[in-house]
Design a protein around this ligand. Structure first.
Ligand code: M6R
Length: 609
């Protein structure tokens, strides 16, 4: 997730406007920043790695000439957060500049072709291909308009993009295009703007035009013009008046970041399915050769590791050991060795306990692999190979979208390894790959159809003193995550166990009305889990069941239930089944009067041991 911005002013200087707008988009990414303006038919660029304020102190981002320009604030997905990878990217002639949010999936092939035609690339980004593709179109047909050259380029691209392009050849316009990544136009009295999000221009105009997938927009001093990418036909769309406060706008109208991020999951899950091939292959090769594999992480990331241990075992017949990073050195510090492989999972890539486990393992010559949301973080620097989970910045302290993205990447890794080892049939592989592809829609459906119901459940149990979360098999990880969310956000004490363990002790807590949440996918554990539900029910527990749609057997036993779509394979089930639990924690926090974004005593990134 990055932020793009562009403006065409009738008068004045574009650079300070772009700089101020990028500041308002900084929540979308903050590892590098850049601006390109046009003046006297020449493109002027300033860019560097680092936060906007730091870069501004050195470069003075306001000091660029011209009334037209584009800007970018970056959250690295491909290519480290270095100056050379900062946007805008230019073509060989430096006549075209491009900013981009999204992921171009076929960039390697396009880059290869363009390099064969003599184009010289400076960065490691996917975005740079766009500048060269446009240059190539102009080379072939010098009389082409910028709009036609951009149309040519975007038709060759697979993946997601919100693009803004300027060219010294047509210095009076910005051409933008959208597929999947957000893009919105702001219409002011004396200016038009394009941006990833409304807050970028909200202080200067509240008239916005939303750009749809497959559309291209031309911004000029005359205003804006929308065309369809497919056939260049014109689209008429009037601006809408946005009555959000700037604070609401940053959260896209949601009251809190946590709920915004829960709702972003269909999009973030889609992103995990792009662009990973090479890294999945590399990491699964290391896992394949490893003698012993530790999955090391803290908090929510640890729960992703726990789920992954079931995935690796069931799909690739690989035994892995999920370990809480804070315990790793005590438990394994002496035995870890050159034959050990550590897959460290950390959203921030900066968690002190995880890094300490990694350092200890590294000193003992183990192989370090990483999965993180933060390219450029310490974890990416100490890993032999790492993979980016591509969730974009997560602002809410509670991990939500980053958890489901970790699960998706880990499932893909397990599948890749399974393929290498020939452990499951082609039919099963095809089915699992297809289900992974449709998970974003599944999650969308759950949010759309079940949110209200979860809200009511939260209201009903708002005064509960304690909660139980139970699941069997891979759903144990889902239960643990549901418990952690409820505790950290709503401050409700909660206990989670593999359901089979509850009768070895915890069941003694149960009395009339005690809320017990059961995670109930129709997997191999289903029948036994029903037995566990009965045990709890017989002792007066109030059963809240997360079930597959139409599961009449459990519906008949439960006091309350939330449904997720049917037919989700066991190994992927934590992704959809955790969504109602995230919503439950969120609405319980609201019911109990707490701000879910800033739970007490916690920090987003725990950098002390
Ligand atoms: O950045 P990391 O994934 O390494 O963070 C690990 C935990 O600190 C984190 O998951 C924490 O438990 C969250 N508050 C959970 O919502």
């Amino acid at each position: 997730m990055c932020g793009i911005f562009g403006c065409v002013l009738k008068q004045g200087n574009a650079a300070p406007v772009i700089h101020a707008s990028l500041k308002r988009l900084e929540y979308r990414g903050y590892d590098s920043v850049g601006i390109a303006t046009i003046s006297n038919s020449e493109i002027h660029v300033k860019k560097d790695q680092g936060k906007i304020d730091d870069v501004h102190k050195i470069l003075n981002l306001d000091d660029l000439p011209g009334t037209i320009g584009i800007g970018h604030t970056r959250w690295a997905t491909h290519g480290a957060p270095l100056k050379v990878n900062a946007h805008p990217h230019t073509d060989c002639t430096e006549q075209i500049a491009v900013v981009h949010n999204g992921i171009i999936e076929n960039f390697s092939e396009l880059k290869f072709e363009l390099e064969n035609r003599g184009h010289v690339f400076r960065s490691k980004t996917d975005t740079e291909v766009v500048a060269h593709l446009i240059e190539e179109s102009f080379k072939r047909n010098p009389s082409l308009s910028l709009v036609d050259a951009v149309l040519d380029a975007v038709k060759k691209i697979d993946g997601s993009y919100a693009l803004a392009v300027v060219s010294a050849k047509e210095p009076d316009k910005i051409v933008c295009a959208r597929n999947e990544s957000p893009l919105v136009i702001g219409v002011g009295e004396d200016a038009v703007y394009c941006a990833s999000d409304i807050p970028a221009f909200l202080p200067v105009t509240n008239r916005a035009v939303f750009v749809n997938n497959g559309e291209l927009v031309i911004l000029s001093p005359e205003g804006y013009e929308i065309r369809k990418i497919q056939d260049a036909s014109m689209v008429t769309r009037e601006p809408k008046v946005i009555d959000w406060t700037p604070e609401m706008a940053v959260k896209q109208g949601y009251p809190h970041f946590m709920i915004k991020e829960i709702h972003e999951q269909p999009e973030t899950l889609r992103n995990t399915l792009r662009f990973q091939e090479h890294y999945l292959d590399l990491i699964s090769t290391f896992l394949d050769r490893a003698r012993e594999v530790f999955l090391v992480a803290c908090g929510t990331s640890y729960h992703a590791c726990l789920a992954a241990s079931y995935m690796f075992s069931k799909l690739a017949f690989l035994a892995t050991y999920p370990v809480m990073a804070s315990e790793f050195i005590e438990q394994h510090g002496k035995s870890v060795n050159i034959d050990s492989t550590i897959l460290a999972v950390s959203q921030s890539g900066e968690t002190a306990d995880t890094l300490a486990a990694v350092t200890c393992s590294q000193q003992r010559a183990a192989t370090i692999l990483g999965l993180t949301n933060t390219i450029g973080s310490t974890l990416t620097r100490v890993s032999r190979v790492y993979i980016g989970q591509q969730s974009g910045p997560e602002i809410g302290v509670a991990a939500t979208k980053t958890f489901t993205s970790q699960l998706s990447v880990l499932a893909q890794l397990a599948l890749r390894l399974s393929k290498k080892r020939g452990k499951i049939s082609q039919d099963e592989m095809d089915m699992l790959e297809e289900k992974l592809e449709t998970l974003p829609e599944t999650v969308e459906t759950i949010i759309m159809t079940q949110e209200e119901k979860v809200k009511q459940i939260a209201h009903k149990y708002r005064d509960a003193k304690i909660f139980f979360f139970l699941g069997r098999g891979i759903s144990t990880a889902t239960a643990y995550e549901g418990r952690l969310k409820l505790m950290e956000i709503a401050y409700v004490p909660a206990i989670a166990f593999p359901a089979g363990e509850s009768k070895h002790g915890p069941i003694s807590l149960i009395e009339e009305g005690f809320p017990v949440v059961f995670i109930c996918p129709r997997d191999g554990c289903y029948k036994t889990l029903i037995g566990n539900i009965m045990e709890m029910k017989a002792r007066g527990a109030s059963i809240i069941a997360i079930i597959e749609e139409g599961d009449e057997e459990i519906k008949a036993l439960a006091n309350d239930y939330v449904e997720v779509p049917r037919g989700i394979p066991e190994v992927l089930s934590p992704i959809p089944f955790v969504i109602p639990l995230q919503l439950l924690a969120y609405y319980m926090a609201l019911e109990r009067g707490h701000n879910p974004d800033t739970p007490r005593n916690l920090a987003k990134s725990v950098t002390v041991k």
